[in-house]
Design a protein around this ligand. Structure first.
Ligand code: ZN
Length: 341
């Protein structure tokens, strides 16, 4: 399989996040992508560079002022004389104005971010743009006839919505891939999100659309991040009603229950009958993931790949989470290998 990779991901490095009351180095690190790259190269997948795309492509799923904010946030932080980490410290919760974007950098950060775990460093935008281009390149390869293609996106994307960022995500790579396939003429596209965490950004972007189905298996937001979206009663709205399917699972879920939920997801996808599939491929469902609570083992990832490949759809696989760094390469390669067989 062709695997799209850019070394620019490494420019997004050195950030700190607020995690359970402590400011710690972010779990989302450059070595994640390098270990995946080494594993998939060793497995025989062909690494290719992302293509250039006009940035207007980003506006298919993102707000223009939001994109400009992300591009310039770090420089503004510095030009306004701030020290320390570019992390928001206040948000427009209930009772505060959500229609007003403050002009200063601190207010803008709180307006566009939804958590304090997603730092912006000097090289973040370069990496974010390279990840978006990688996802669109994988979509282009599939639109041009490849059976499947993989985008080694870092930072990940599925928590990023039309004009909000968080959860280590800035632009929504999977949504950009799905929109690319729509623009290439695919009438219906499904995004299946198997990351441990709910893809709240992807859900929001396609909430009122019937041309992109969103199906997600994830840790129950009653106890798991992102807490405020991903419940089973969220089904889409307007023309999109019925085209969102959330399958939250309790912390501690192991393979048998996971596989049963995945079969439910595959059934919903088959009924929707899309022309292509985008997989938000997080492997933070792994038993020793430091920030997640499912109990999948490395031997289960080829089984997931086999079930996904069994849909027999043109498929774009987009890297999302996975923080058990030592095993991340083996687990991702396990999913991809099933598509080669
Ligand atoms: Zn995740």
């Amino acid at each position: 399989m062709k695997a799209v990779y850019s070394p620019l991901h490494a420019r997004h490095d050195g950030g700190f996040e607020l995690y359970r009351g402590q400011l710690v180095p972010t779990f989302e690190t450059p070595d994640r992508a390098e270990i995946i790259r080494a594993a998939i190269a060793a497995a025989g997948h062909e690494l290719v560079q992302p293509r250039e795309f006009p940035e207007s492509r980003l506006l298919g799923v993102h707000d223009g002022e939001f994109v400009e904010f992300l591009r310039g946030a770090h420089a503004r932080w510095q030009s306004e004389g701030r020290q320390g980490h570019v992390i928001p410290s206040g948000f427009p919760a209930r009772g505060l104005r959500q229609d007003r974007r403050p002009s200063g950098i601190s207010g803008s950060l709180g307006y566009y971010a939804f958590d304090a775990s997603t730092p912006i460093v000097a090289g973040t935008w370069d990496a974010v743009l390279a990840a978006a281009r990688s996802a669109m390149t994988a979509a282009a390869l599939v639109a041009e006839g490849e059976r499947a293609a993989y985008a080694l996106c870092r930072p990940p994307g599925h928590h990023a919505a039309r004009s909000t960022y968080g959860g280590y995500c800035y632009l929504n790579n999977a949504a950009l891939a799905a929109q690319y396939l729509r623009d290439a003429g695919h009438r219906r596209v499904t995004i299946l999100d198997v990351d441990y965490h709910h893809g709240n950004g992807t859900q929001e972007i396609f909430w009122e659309r019937e041309d992109v189905q969103f199906v997600s298996l994830h840790g129950d937001p009653e106890t798991e991040y992102p807490w405020f979206l991903g419940y089973a009663d969220e089904r889409g709205a307007g023309p999109g009603e019925g085209f969102t399917l959330n399958l939250p699972l309790p912390a501690g879920t192991a393979w048998d229950a996971y596989a049963a939920a995945l079969q439910t997801a595959l059934g919903a996808i088959t009924r929707y009958d899309p022309e292509s599939l985008v997989v938000s491929l997080g492997v933070d469902t792994f038993v020793s993931d430091p920030i997640s609570s499912f109990k999948l083992e490395s031997r289960h990832y080829p089984l997931i790949g086999g079930l996904l490949a069994g849909l027999r759809l043109p498929t774009v696989l987009v890297q999302e989470g996975g923080y058990a760094v030592a095993e991340i390469g083996e687990n991702v390669a396990g999913v991809l290998g099933a598509f080669a067989d």
